[in-house]
Design a binder for this molecule. Structure first.
Ligand SMILES: [Zn+2]
Length: 177
């Protein structure tokens, strides 16, 4: 497929794209609102399954998504400016998870098998997580911190406050945008 056709396909996909819809509608699809956003990227917390019509009223606390606003399928499809912003917010959000939520480590992954709109997963690992639950099973540990919508909203408020007013300039670069 040449680039022009790929672009047209991407444009046509946005109406049905879950990530595009989430950015547009927010509300129940984005508990607590954006953790952070700029003109190119939006950071949000995962919803509870019941918000998507599935079973389950809690989610793993601190599971964030870093997404370009534009309907771009993967890392290879980003412009340089989008890539800088995705990297910058991945770093800042990870730092907020450490400093606000007490994460000892933050995993980052791109899967994209379900929705063809880039969403970088940031998954915090909290102290005490047994070794057998590290990496892909970190949110399956039965003792993991999970929360309903109210707890997610509270965490999002704290993360956003930290990113807005707190130490977001760990790099020493005031604003790399
Ligand atoms: Zn999309």
């Amino acid at each position: 497929m040449d680039a022009k056709i790929a672009d047209m396909t991407a444009e046509n996909d946005t109406a049905d794209c879950f990530v595009c819809r989430k950015h547009r509608d927010r509300a129940a699809l984005m508990p607590g609102g954006p953790v952070a956003e700029d003109e190119l990227v939006l950071v949000s917390h995962i919803v509870t399954p019941d918000a998507l019509g599935r079973a389950g009223s809690t989610a793993y606390l601190g599971h964030l998504f870093v997404e370009p606003r534009r309907h771009a399928p993967g890392l290879a499809d980003l412009t340089d400016a989008e890539a800088r912003s995705v990297g910058l917010w991945s770093a800042r959000a990870s730092r907020a998870l450490r400093e606000v939520a007490g994460a000892e480590h933050v995993y980052a992954m791109v899967i994209g098998d379900g929705v063809p709109h880039l969403h970088v997963h940031l998954l915090p690992r909290f102290p005490g997580t047994p070794r057998e639950y590290w990496w892909t099973r970190v949110d399956e540990w039965p003792m993991a911190r999970r929360g309903g919508t109210a707890e997610i909203e509270e965490l999002v408020r704290e993360l956003r406050g930290h990113l807005t007013h707190g130490a977001t300039t760990g790099s020493g670069i005031p604003d790399a945008r």
